[in-house]
Design a protein around this ligand. Structure first.
Ligand code: ITT
Ligand code: NA
Length: 210
């Protein structure tokens, strides 16, 4: 059985391989990323919700490949910014990544722009949440969605080198470390992506087992 991860973000693929590891063993799944289908164009993210964008990405890839596809749309919602950058987390500084710019460079621009925008916000008002929508699309048109969150605080400067994106400035509630100081296993255990895709496991099982 093959399942396509409808993402070109290698960090997401790495985390999803761990989060879905037991299911992969149980169902003898072959997980491949969208990079395995270079002929399929990247889907523009034109929706205003994480679930809407994840649905666009999953449905397009399932239709193009004839293989079940699961997408992750995710981002950081900063309370004092009214939930921004939100669905614009990957394009907050205007740089798009992909062919234009390596993702790591794009992500560094986005992170520093965010820190500048909330530079005057005091510590007690720097609450934020990472949000992840997971959407499964079957080639026959069936679609199912789950969501996950993790709550925390935005620091004033990056700390740590693990993870990706905004991880070095995000300190989960109840800890003193940033997500970039977590091991992969520790991050997956509490993250928005871990929570969304653990909720997706029974859904995947139901749809992939005939
Ligand atoms: P795909 O659309 O190909 O999946 P992408 O990286 O463009 O890849 P999104 O559109 O979902 O993915 O954008 C996610 C943004 O939110 C991006 O800027 C990330 O840096 C950030 N983000 C999402 N999950 C994160 C995490 O676990 N840690 C840090 N930043 C994260
Ligand atoms: Na997005």
């Amino acid at each position: 059985r093959r399942l396509v991860l409808a993402t070109r973000n290698e960090h997401k693929v790495h985390e999803l391989r761990q989060i879905l590891g037991s299911l992969v063993d149980e169902l003898d799944l072959e997980l491949v990323s969208a990079s395995a289908y270079p002929e399929v164009p990247e889907t523009p993210e034109t929706e205003v919700t994480f679930e809407g964008n994840a649905r666009l990405k999953a449905v397009a890839l399932a239709a193009a490949t004839g293989v079940p596809a699961v997408a992750d749309d995710s981002g950081l919602a900063v309370e004092v910014l009214g939930g921004s950058p939100g669905v614009f987390s990957a394009r907050w500084s205007g740089s798009h990544g992909g062919a234009d710019l390596p993702r790591a460079v794009r992500d560094a621009h986005n992170l520093h722009l965010l820190l500048d925008q909330i530079a005057d916000v005091p510590d007690e008002h720097r609450h934020a949440a990472f949000v992840c929508a997971a959407v499964l699309a079957m080639p026959d048109g069936r679609v199912a969605a789950t969501e996950g969150r993790v709550e925390g605080t935005i620091l004033r400067a990056p700390v740590g080198t693990n993870g990706f994106g905004y991880d070095p400035v995000f300190r989960p509630d109840g800890d003193v470390r940033t997500l970039a100081e977590y091991t992969d296993e520790e991050k997956n255990a509490i993250s928005h992506r871990g929570n969304a895709f653990r909720a997706m496991v029974p859904v995947l099982r139901a749809h992939l087992v005939d």
